[in-house]
Design a protein around this ligand. Structure first.
Ligand SMILES: [Zn+2]
Ligand SMILES: [Zn+2]
Length: 351
């Protein structure tokens, strides 16, 4: 099998060839049909997250080992099945839930494998889909995509579940008040599409890029605000009719989190999803006096993945721009993403 591996942080991925694995036990071998290129792969390539104040969270300290085949948004066709893998048939196309845990600890048994203390996420801690084949350890990570095109289904594995998980944290306010979404890149457009599918009242999008703001308006945002202007918070407060009940920050930078906090109404909630990095200083009395909440959101559970796919089957796949590239162009695709040139999602399609 062929894969493109990160062998050294900061260097281009390298073409590798190794024997195609044979599934044992509950394992399933997929032929990769579509693999989304996600922004978090750029962090993996860099080798760290920026914690602000000159501090870095190294991925090697999180247990990421090189060489690594990245790619965590995968749809594949089942080509071989281990003797104990039940409920999967050769030829079926499946979306792979990549947020694997050990499967045995208390957290995993509760259903939150994504929070396992020994994470085994596909494309992060074990081989992912920037390859022609992908080995999945258990059928519970495979989901039916119905009639959805593979390149549209693939982004649901990260971009989809991440924004769905964040939107679910908004609670009942989702149906009554506008939600503010900061960042109108691939994640932002996915968030907008799922917000509408879930029956959300209205969405206000914030982005510093006029092209991305235009894309958000085209995708159904009620208002698009330039986050770089001095009175951005004032504009959000006006657009929400007195302050935001819920802000989903898909960027997660010092400036965006500060803007979100400045825009919240009393009792409002900020949900931070993005991993851009940085830090903030927060006057503690503002938490009780404004009764605001600050919550982090990280991907989603297997149950949420099932709910998301049910939603998508009922309401249709999110209509966000998707462009495909051959697997061999993976380094160009990562560079395009790094340059901020991508509207929607890039998806690799191995031949
Ligand atoms: Zn576990
Ligand atoms: Zn991702």
């Amino acid at each position: 099998m062929k894969s493109y591996d990160l062998c050294e942080c900061g260097a281009p991925l390298r073409l590798m060839e190794r024997p195609t694995p044979k599934p044992a036990g509950t394992e399933i071998l997929l032929k990769v049909v579509a693999a989304g290129v996600c922004h978090s792969d750029l962090h993996i390539c860099d080798g760290y997250y920026d914690l602000g104040g000159g501090m870095k969270l190294k991925l090697s300290d999180r247990g990421v080992k090189l060489p690594l085949t990245m790619g965590h948004e995968n749809v594949g066709e089942v080509v071989a099945v281990g003797p104990d893998a039940s409920g999967v048939k050769i030829g079926e196309q499946k979306l792979v839930h990549p947020w694997l845990g050990c499967g045995e600890c208390k957290v995993c048994r509760r259903g939150d494998e994504q929070f396992c203390r020994t994470p085994l996420s596909i494309g992060v801690f074990r081989s992912g889909g920037y390859a022609d084949h992908l080995l999945v350890p258990h059928p519970r990570y495979l989901f039916d995509i119905g009639g959805i095109a593979p390149e549209r289904a693939a982004p649901l594995a990260c971009s989809g579940i991440t924004t769905f998980g964040a939107l679910k944290k908004v609670g009942p306010v989702l149906f009554e008040e506008p939600v503010v979404i900061i960042g109108a890149g691939g994640l932002g457009l996915m968030c907008l599409a799922l917000h509408r599918a879930m029956g959300g009242k209205a969405a206000i999008v914030v982005d510093i890029d006029p092209v991305k703001r235009a894309a958000a308006l085209k995708a159904g945002a009620q208002t698009a605000i330039d986050g770089a202007v001095a009175d951005a918070a004032k504009q959000i407060i006006e657009a929400t009719g007195g302050g935001a009940w819920a802000v989903i920050d898909l960027v997660g930078a010092t400036r965006t989190v500060q803007l979100a906090l400045d825009s919240l109404i009393k009792g409002g909630k900020l949900i931070v999803v993005g991993l851009f990095g940085g830090d903030i200083t927060l006057p503690l009395p503002s938490l009780p006096l404004r009764a605001i909440s600050l919550q982090g959101s990280y991907v989603g559970s297997l149950t949420e993945m099932a709910e998301l796919l049910d939603l998508v089957r009922r309401k249709g796949a999110p209509d966000l721009p998707v462009s495909t590239r051959p697997l061999a162009a993976v380094n160009d695709a990562l560079n395009e993403l790094k340059a901020g040139k991508v509207i929607g999602r890039l998806v690799l399609t191995p031949e």
